[in-house]
Design a protein around this ligand. Sequence first.
Ligand code: THU
Length: 128
Amino acid sequence: MKALIDAARAVRENAYAPYSGYKVGAALLGKSGRIYAGCNFENASFGAGACAERVALGAAIAAGERRFDAICVCGGDLSVTPCGICRQALAEFTNNNNLRVICCAPEGDEVREYTLGELLPFGFTLKA
Ligand code: THU
């Protein structure tokens, strides 16, 4: 998972977060082995920005990848986890919510790992 963590940390540097000051990087590992990176970007019209996780997800979808093994999220410290909307967005593309969610700080060896199912029990689905 080092490559995934490195990718999340690297793309976090590109985050555009002048309003919150909170930079986030995300790196999504596709079943193909490819990694898709995204960072948050904000806007003077606050609702026009997006979270790092959904930017990474969009990059993956645009590349044709729809199944994933893991996502690494790098925020300001270890307490970062994907927001509720991003959890729901990721759930659309996982089986049984078994996506690994690896959360890390910009530096240090420690990570916190969850499954998407732990973070989003009873997420919305149209499937029976
Ligand atoms: N943010 C993310 O990019 N991912 C998350 O999981 C939580 C929040 C961003 C949105 C906003 O640009 C900033 O962090 C502060 O909320």
